[in-house]
Design a protein around this ligand. Sequence first.
Ligand SMILES: O=P(O)(O)OC[C@H]1O[C@H](OP(=O)(O)OP(=O)(O)O)[C@H](O)[C@@H]1O
Ligand SMILES: O=c1cc[nH]c(=O)[nH]1
Ligand SMILES: [Mg+2]
Length: 211
Amino acid sequence: MRLHVADHPLVAHKLTVLRDKGTPSPTFRLLVDELVTLLAYEATRDVHTDTVQIETPVTTTTGVKLADPRPLVVPILRAGLGMLEGMTRLLPTAEVGFLGMQRDEETLEAITYANRLPDDLSGRQCFLLDPMLATGGTLVAAIDYLLARGARDVTAVCLLAAPEGLKVVEDFVGDRADVQVVVAAVDERLNEKAYIVPGLGDAGDRLYGVV
Ligand SMILES: O=P(O)(O)OC[C@H]1O[C@H](OP(=O)(O)OP(=O)(O)O)[C@H](O)[C@@H]1O
Ligand SMILES: O=c1cc[nH]c(=O)[nH]1
Ligand SMILES: [Mg+2]
């Protein structure tokens, strides 16, 4: 597993406002969207492209376009939905799949309540979106769904990760696939409720309100 931590003052600034418990949902949603755009720039550095010939008003030249097969973007509901628009803005050709997963707050097991993915992901570049990588249980289960469909090139875009969760993902992936995790920051640790510290609280609740 490869880890990329975005090291940029704009990322740090936006993340600080996001962490602030006084930041209301509309601002939180906007900041998540802006942060994803900055992270997507790093996360798509190895996106496949094809060479194309085009004519500018002046001459003929060689350029690139996003290649086929199209990349697949998969937000992990609920909280990952807040990252979808920012990602597809940068990857306009992407196909979008969906995973609905909820962590059981007692057992910390990830329960899947929605799964809409293409059957065959061999040769496809896949991007998983989830703001929080805490114990890693949710991300491991999501990566497992993609690997089971033949994906071998997976990038997870997260806002915050705990060191404990990163280790779990790394141990799960081993050398089974090329998995990259792109994050805005790696935080200190998990607390006794497996929340990220200092973190930003419950990302789904802060985006969409408590249900
Ligand atoms: O690494 P883990 O320990 O598995 O925890 C991280 C997961 O928990 C949160 O989702 P949650 O289960 O709260 O669902 P939600 O998005 O509907 O709020 C978060 O968005 C991740 O999906
Ligand atoms: O800190 C955490 C841990 C899991 N899920 C969240 O939304 N936040
Ligand atoms: Mg939640």
